[in-house]
Design a protein around this ligand. Structure first.
Ligand SMILES: [Zn+2]
Ligand SMILES: [Zn+2]
Length: 297
C-alpha cells in the first residue's frame, strides 16, 4: 500500500502543468506513462491537430519505450506508429508547421489553396530538411532570425502554389496575376504584409504544439504573433498592418510582351514604365525598356 501511494503521488506531481488545452496536455501525460513502464498508447481523439502532434513526437516517444500508438475515433483505430514509419524524420517534424500554415482551429485557410496542396508542395521536396531545421529552432524561445526564415520559406511555398515562375514575394505575384487577367480578388494571393501575420500565428500555434511534452513550456506573447486584444477584452487575429493596395499601382495599363518589349509594347506606346505587373515585370532580364525607364520619369 505504501508503495502504491508513493507511485500515485509521484505521478500526480509529474502530471501537473500550465497547459491550457487538452490537445497538448495529452502528450505530457503520454510521456509520463511511457517513463513509468507503459509501451502501448491509445489516445481517444481523432483531430488532425492530435495526429500531427503525435507524428511530431513519435521518435522522441519511441526513445522512451513506445512500441505502438493508436488514435481511437468513434469507429476505428488510427495506427500512428504505422503512419510514422511511412515518413522521414524531417517530414514528421514539418507537419505541425505546415498544418498550422494551411489552416487549423486557430489560423485561417488560404482561399483555394487546401491542406493537400501545401502538404504536396513540401513532403518529398528538397525543402523538407531546411523547414525541419527551422522547426527545430521553435523549441523554447524563438529568435527573430527563425521568424524571418519561417516567413521567407512560407512565402516561397505559397508563391509556388500560385505561379511556376520565380517570384520573390507575394505582392509581385498579386500584381502579376491581377493584371494578367485574374480580376477576382479571392483568386490572387494575400499581400506579403497580411501573410506575415498569418505565418506569425502559425509559428505561435506550432510552438505550442511542439513544446507540449514540457510541464511548464516556454510561453510566447500572442500579441507579438499576429494577435491583438479587442476593445472588449477578446483576442482577434491581425489581418494586416498596411493597405492591400500598393500606392504606385494607380494605372490600368500593363504590357503582355513575351519578347522583351521590343515591339508592340503597350507601355512603350503610352510612354510609361514597365512595372512588376507587366509580363516583363519591368526587369532588365525580360525587358529592353528597363534601361530607359529613368528617361521616362
Ligand atoms: Zn512590354
Ligand atoms: Zn517591359
Amino acid at each position: 500500500m505504501n508503495c502504491k501511494t508513493e507511485v500515485q503521488e509521484v505521478e500526480r506531481r509529474l502530471l501537473s502543468s500550465t497547459h491550457e488545452e487538452a490537445d497538448t496536455r495529452i502528450f505530457l501525460h503520454a510521456t509520463v506513462a511511457l517513463k513509468n513502464g507503459c509501451n502501448r498508447l491509445v489516445i481517444w481523439a481523432s483531430d488532425t491537430d492530435i495526429v500531427v502532434i503525435a507524428l511530431y513526437f513519435y521518435r522522441k516517444l519511441v526513445d522512451i519505450g513506445l512500441q505502438e500508438m493508436f488514435l481511437k475515433s468513434k469507429s476505428h483505430f488510427i495506427p500512428i506508429h504505422v503512419l510514422a514509419e511511412c515518413l522521414t524524420d524531417s517530414e514528421r517534424e514539418v507537419l505541425a508547421l505546415i498544418h498550422a500554415l494551411s489552416g487549423c482551429d486557430t489560423n485561417g485557410f488560404v482561399y483555394g489553396k487546401g491542406k493537400r496542396m501545401f502538404m504536396k508542395a513540401v513532403l518529398g521536396s528538397e525543402n523538407v530538411s531546411e523547414i525541419a531545421l527551422v522547426c527545430s529552432r521553435m523549441v523554447g524561445d524563438i529568435s527573430d532570425d527563425t521568424i524571418a526564415k519561417t516567413v521567407s520559406i512560407a512565402t516561397q511555398i505559397l508563391t509556388h502554389l500560385y505561379v511556376k515562375d520565380d517570384f520573390s514575394n507575394l505582392d509581385a505575384v498579386r500584381a502579376h496575376m491581377y493584371y494578367g487577367g485574374s480580376r477576382s480578388l479571392e483568386s490572387i494571393p494575400p499581400t506579403d504584409d497580411a501573410f506575415k501575420q498569418h505565418v506569425l500565428r502559425a509559428i505561435f500555434q506550432t510552438h505550442t504544439w511542439i513544446n507540449s511534452t514540457e510541464p511548464v513550456p516556454h510561453s510566447l506573447n500572442p500579441f507579438q504573433y499576429g494577435w491583438v486584444s479587442n476593445y472588449n477584452g477578446t483576442t482577434q487575429p491581425v489581418l494586416m498592418l498596411k493597405s492591400h493596395v500598393p500606392p504606385k499601382l494607380n494605372r490600368d495599363n500593363f504590357c503582355k510582351c513575351r519578347k522583351k518589349c521590343e515591339r508592340n509594347c503597350s507601355c512603350k506606346k503610352l510612354n510609361v514604365r514597365c512595372e512588376m505587373s507587366c509580363f516583363c515585370r519591368g526587369q532588365a532580364s525580360n525587358c529592353v525598356r528597363s534601361q530607359f525607364q529613368l528617361d521616362i520619369d
